[in-house]
Design a protein around this ligand. Structure first.
Ligand SMILES: NC(=O)c1ccc[n+]([C@@H]2O[C@H](COP(=O)([O-])OP(=O)(O)OC[C@H]3O[C@@H](n4cnc5c(N)ncnc54)[C@H](O)[C@@H]3O)[C@@H](O)[C@H]2O)c1
Length: 370
């Protein structure tokens, strides 16, 4: 092994040790054990088909017992390919004794009712992001989840990607010291053009993305807020603008500018957009701190520190990435396991609400809101 490779490995081992110390009990990666649980899927569209159904076909740690979609043809198609039962309503699905956990994959406007029904029926709930369409709904969902004693999680999918997990953990370990600020873009350019025509890459762009509740702040915003919370903790202030570049009749925001302040003193100045021309995904972030800096560019992470003042690209430990369904199963069987739960979902929804209020009023909004 060459000297630079050895140095790199020694450095990474140090970071890994610090990450392990920081995470402590329950935070470590755990493989799920025990029996496969019966799952009920509500909403059989895009995310259900590319993120859930292929995993459920593995049969462990969940097997698909039942599926419901208002589009009955979609539900029947998924049922036929998996051997699950196609249900005629949410109520039928949550009452089915074969269903022990419920996955909610509808647009956000339907998350709350589905979650309340599932929790009332005594089922564990994994809900897609954003947790709810409004802060009030998120509050009702958290209250119901806590009352039920069942496991709950929101699928902030970026948290499960090794590069984002490594980024957050690097910052938490203090490798760049006290973080001053992060600047950059957290965007996508793959969905549609400014005439609302779906791109050739994603002809499946769903209509709700063009509706009033489907703007980029509601769609990509939850991931960005969750990443920021993972890095810096709770927000204290939001200043936002939104812009729509497409003509009606369905106008939703295409770009959103955010200035965020955090309780730990860090600030973020980031654009999130769905019109990142030339890119499918465009995440480019620069973190500056008292002891160093981190550049995150399309999944690649570079570090500069005062003790080692040169930019070097870090190897991203792939074993940091956890499967989100495995993680949820672990959270059901071990309540100390850390997953983004409804408390995180509520904090996320509060930040989204602050973004909406700030953009509407053209003013800074302080958090917490209540
Ligand atoms: N975590 C991620 O990275 C990620 C990625 C994509 C989408 N999502 C989220 O997943 C959710 C769904 O997004 P999508 O892209 O799959 O949308 P989609 O439109 O492709 O699928 C939604 C499905 O829900 C069904 N549906 C609508 N209302 C319903 C109701 N009341 N009851 C039952 N079924 C209903 C629709 O018929 C459709 O089949 C959204 O909240 C979205 O933000 C998350």
């Amino acid at each position: 092994m060459s000297a630079p490779e050895l140095q790199e490995r020694t450095f990474l081992n140090l970071v890994k040790r610090r990450i392990a110390q920081k995470l402590g009990k329950g935070g470590a990666t755990m493989a799920p054990t025990g029996k496969a649980l019966g799952a009920g899927l509500i909403g059989a569209g895009n995310i259900a088909r590319w993120a859930y159904v292929p995993r459920l076909q593995r049969k462990f740690p969940f097997h698909l017992a039942a599926v419901f979609d208002v589009n009955q043809a979609g539900a029947k198609e998924v049922a036929a390919s998996t051997g699950a039962k196609a249900c005629g309503s949410v109520e039928e699905l949550v009452r089915d004794p074969a269903v022990e956990v419920v996955f909610i994959c509808t647009p956000a406007a339907f998350h709350c009712d589905a979650a309340l029904a599932a929790l009332a029926a005594g089922k564990h709930v994994l809900c897609e992001k954003p947790m709810a369409a409004t802060l009030a709904e998120a509050q009702r969902m958290l209250a119901a989840a806590e009352k039920s004693g069942k496991a709950h999680m929101v699928h902030f999918s970026y948290r499960f990607r090794p590069e984002f997990q490594f980024l957050a953990q690097l910052i938490q370990t203090g490798v760049i010291g006290r973080v001053y600020h992060v600047t950059g873009t957290f965007s996508q350019g793959k969905w549609f053009n400014e005439n609302s025509e779906p791109s050739s890459e994603r002809p499946d762009a769903t209509p709700w993305k063009l509706g009033v509740d489907g703007g980029v702040a509601e769609d990509l915003g939850p991931h960005l807020v969750d990443l920021c919370r993972s890095c810096f903790g709770e927000l204290t202030e939001v200043n936002a603008w939104k812009k729509s570049y497409r003509p009606g009749p369905f106008v939703s925001d295409d770009a959103c500018g955010l200035s965020l302040s955090f309780a730990n003193g860090a600030a973020a100045h980031v654009i999130t957009s769905r019109l990142a021309t030339g890119f499918k995904e465009h995440t480019s972030l620069e973190f500056s701190g008292s002891q160093g800096a981190i550049r995150f560019e399309h999944g690649e992470i570079s570090l500069w520190t005062r003790s080692e003042p040169r930019w070097r690209t870090l190897l991203i430990p792939q074993n940091l990435g956890r499967d989100f369904l495995d993680s949820f199963h672990t959270a059901i069987t071990n309540r100390d396991a850390k997953v983004p739960d409804f408390t995180d979902g509520l904090k996320n929804s509060e930040a989204l609400e602050a973004i909406v209020r700030s953009a509407k009023a053209g003013a800074t909004v302080k958090l917490p809101l209540t």
